[in-house]
Design a protein around this ligand. Structure first.
Ligand SMILES: C[S@@+](CC[C@H](N)C(=O)[O-])C[C@H]1O[C@@H](n2cnc3c(N)ncnc32)[C@H](O)[C@@H]1O
Length: 326
């Protein structure tokens, strides 16, 4: 029997519902939806398992929401009795009736200057990773956190929305610059609709993240490659601080560059959807740092001059409600 269920409360965007099914599969747990916003009307695929407040009340409820007073997901413990781990609507979060019914609330601590929420599926993946496992974690650093913040290289993401969601996570955890090896050509110089969708997923209108085209590991003594298919210790036991942290999209072929170490994201059910794996790795690096607010805006360790800043999405290509649905 699984240790928990994943529940999406009022999730609107079918793509996010699909990503939540992937999160559940990664952790080998069932996924159900309390459909308060006509997800079913937009859904094409296998029938989604539904639930309601009455059914949810029968077992412990853990609300994943960054509400005041919520415990950090890095230290919270999963209650006994096969709890429902609930995530909420893309814009409004978990509905008040379900929040009130929850015996505990956990938040993913963030330090972003512009954005403090992750994509709903990315948040579910991070919450499940810490609530269901990640035992024997390294202790977080308590001093000079910013100086120890790893440089991050997203390597070969194969999809612009997955890349955008991973960038949104990085911004929420306080990264100001992220390298992106765009060999699959999903980010730089893409057609306008693709560009707009990717930037919407990154929430680029609300965060000041710099995305730097860079595939090089020059100048880094420690290069740690993190993923689900690398051979190495669990990521939460590897010192990620002060390194170049490479997060390859394992669906597009991994990372062929040099590495001095590996860190494995252990997922009992398998799978490697990029935004989910990248968000877990970034959360772990942030946890090890102690997540302090960034000291000051900076350029980060990447040297390329040909940087492309994220720009606001084009209003005539995507509506605000579409943007918010990511
Ligand atoms: C995009 S967020 C909802 C928007 C949010 N209520 C707001 O303030 O804008 C969608 C869902 O992802 C989860 N989530 C995202 N970031 C989170 C965080 N930092 N801590 C806990 N849950 C988070 C929550 O379940 C939330 O309901």
């Amino acid at each position: 029997m699984s240790r928990a269920d994943l529940v999406g409360d009022g999730v609107e965007n079918p793509a996010n519902a699909r990503a939540l099914l992937d999160v559940a599969a990664m952790f080998g747990v069932p996924c159900r939806f309390r459909d308060t916003r006509d997800l079913a009307g937009r859904w094409h695929g296998e029938p989604l398992a539904g639930t309601d407040l009455g059914e949810l009340r029968a077992r412990p409820i853990v609300a994943v929401e960054n509400t005041p007073g919520a415990e950090s997901v890095f230290t919270a413990r999963l209650p006994a009795g096969r709890p429902s781990i609930v995530v909420g609507n893309e814009r409004r979060g978990i509905r008040p009736d379900l929040l009130a019914a929850a015996g505990s609330s956990v938040q993913i601590p963030t330090s972003g200057r512009g954005i403090n929420t992750l994509n709903v599926a990315a948040a579910a993946a991070v919450a499940m990773y810490y609530l269901l496992g990640a035992t024997g974690r390294r202790s977080p650093r308590s001093s000079r956190a910013e100086a120890r913040r790893p440089a991050v290289l997203l390597a070969g993401p194969g999809d612009h929305v997955e890349a955008g969601s991973a960038l949104r996570t990085a911004a929420a955890f306080g990264w100001q610059t992220v390298g992106l090896d765009d060999r699959e050509k999903v980010w730089f110089g893409t057609p306008r609709p693709v560009r707009t969708e990717g930037r919407a997923a990154a929430r680029s209108h609300r965060n000041p993240l710099r995305v730097v085209p860079d595939g090089s590991v020059d100048g880094h003594r420690r290069v740690i490659v993190a993923g689900t298919r690398v051979a190495g210790p669990p990521v939460h036991r590897v010192d990620l601080t002060g390194a170049l942290l490479v997060i390859p999209d394992e669906e597009t072929g991994g990372y062929a560059g040099g590495a001095t170490g590996f860190a494995r994201v252990e997922l009992p059910g398998g799978g490697c959807r990029y935004r989910l794996v990248a968000s877990i790795v970034l959360a772990e690096a942030a946890r090890q740092l102690g997540i302090r607010p960034p000291a000051r805006p900076g350029r980060g360790p990447f040297a390329h001059e040909s940087t492309l800043a994220l720009t606001p999405p084009d209003a005539d290509l995507v509506t605000p409600s579409e943007l918010r649905a990511y």
